[in-house]
Design a binder for this molecule. Structure first.
Ligand SMILES: NC(=O)C1=CN([C@@H]2O[C@H](COP(=O)(O)OP(=O)(O)OC[C@H]3O[C@@H](n4cnc5c(N)ncnc54)[C@H](OP(=O)(O)O)[C@@H]3O)[C@@H](O)[C@H]2O)C=CC1
Ligand SMILES: Nc1nc(=O)c2c([nH]1)NC[C@@H]1CN(c3ccc(C(=O)N[C@@H](CCC(=O)O)C(=O)O)cc3)C=[N+]21
Ligand SMILES: [Mg+2]
Length: 287
């Protein structure tokens, strides 16, 4: 039976530590501020945004949600982002994804200033973590590291297999594990015989968005299984891993819900505070 990695409990630890750090910042007159830009009225996105606002309030971060109509013109959205870039009270900006299909996501994300890019999706920030000088890691990827480290699961020298290569999870997670000296295998839809790779994993990260993609025959005995998937099946939430069956074979496993998801939200708060602290240091440097 695997050890269940309790993401909710780890996220609470992270937020408890942050609350301390934020109250110290507030004493110096700095209130970290996050702005979430939500385009359209997708129910799932709205629900994520609500949990982000709740977490911000919980740790003392000022969070503002800017809601825009689904049919907003691209240039109007870009102008709104540029106003946020110029606003000195705003330290962190997140554009909730996915965006409506008429908007060019790559173009939009280029208009979040790299110093306020709390998701780490701007090409400058991707370049920074790809070249070994990360400003920050994307929230889900940072959350996976937090789970592994706080659970004392070693990374260096281990074989890590990541299923998925998206900008939001798969790609940065492979880069992070590589930076921590894992031997990394990255899989995607065109991977032939996925199982051949996943069975080699000491650390298996499933970030495909496919329920039951990973079953007991896909994992090595004793492996650490990190299930990033969030899929709504028959009215409830499941990951990409067949939890009940894999749990018998893995050494450690994250549940869904209550695994990676809560860390994504907690690390958004941690990245916000990090950007606010850098902002303050740079301001002091200019005095
Ligand atoms: N827990 C959390 O905090 C978060 C959870 N999520 C969840 O994680 C999942 C992935 O999200 P995201 O990365 O944004 O999704 P995307 O759809 O952008 O990317 C999915 C990736 O998985 C690959 N993939 C899909 N199906 C298969 C398959 N059958 N075999 C091998 N590879 C496959 C795709 O390959 P290819 O590139 O070839 O198309 C792609 O690289 C979703 O369920 C999402 O809801 C996302 C963000 C945060
Ligand atoms: N710019 C941007 N940045 C993101 O980081 C981003 C995004 N867009 N778009 C959507 C995905 C998805 N995502 C999640 C956040 C929290 C949970 C989460 O809290 N999940 C809970 C359950 C939530 C529930 O019950 O619905 C859990 O797994 O326990 C999941 C997924 C962030 N994303
Ligand atoms: Mg989860």
């Amino acid at each position: 039976m695997a050890r269940i990695l309790d993401g909710k409990a780890i996220a609470k630890q992270v937020k408890d530590e942050l609350r301390q750090r934020v109250s110290q910042l507030r004493e110096t007159g700095l209130v970290p501020k996050l702005v979430v830009v939500l385009v359209g009225d997708d129910a799932a996105s709205a629900s994520y945004v609500r949990s982000k606002s709740r977490a911000a309030q919980d740790v003392g971060i000022d969070a503002e949600v800017i809601q825009m109509p689904a049919n907003i013109a691209e240039d109007e959205l870009i102008r709104a982002l540029e106003r946020l870039n110029e606003d000195n009270t705003v330290h962190a900006v997140l554009v909730q994804l996915p965006l409506p299909a008429h908007l060019d996501t790559d173009r939009i994300l280029m208009h979040v200033h790299p110093a306020k890019d709390v998701d780490g999706f701007h090409p400058v920030n991707i370049g920074r973590y790809a070249t070994g000088t990360p400003l920050l890691w994307p929230c889900t990827t940072a959350g996976i590291l937090e789970i592994l480290e706080r659970s004392e699961i070693p990374i260096a020298g281990r074989t890590a297999v990541i299923v998925g290569r998206s900008r939001i999870v798969g790609w940065p997670t492979a880069q992070l594990l590589l930076a921590h000296n894992a031997t990394v295998i990255q899989c995607h839809r065109q991977t032939v015989n996925l199982r051949e790779y996943t069975r080699q994993a000491d650390i298996l990260v499933a970030a495909a968005g496919q329920p039951s993609l990973i079953g007991p025959d896909d994992v090595k005995v004793g492996a650490t299984v990190i299930d990033v998937g969030i899929n709504r099946v028959g009215g409830h939430l499941v990951g990409d891993v067949d939890f009940a069956a894999v749990e018998e074979k893995a050494g450690a496993i994250t549940p869904v819900p209550g695994g990676v998801g809560p860390l994504t939200v907690a690390m958004l708060m941690k990245n916000t505070v990090h950007l606010a602290e850098i902002h303050q240091r740079e301001k002091e440097g200019f005095r």
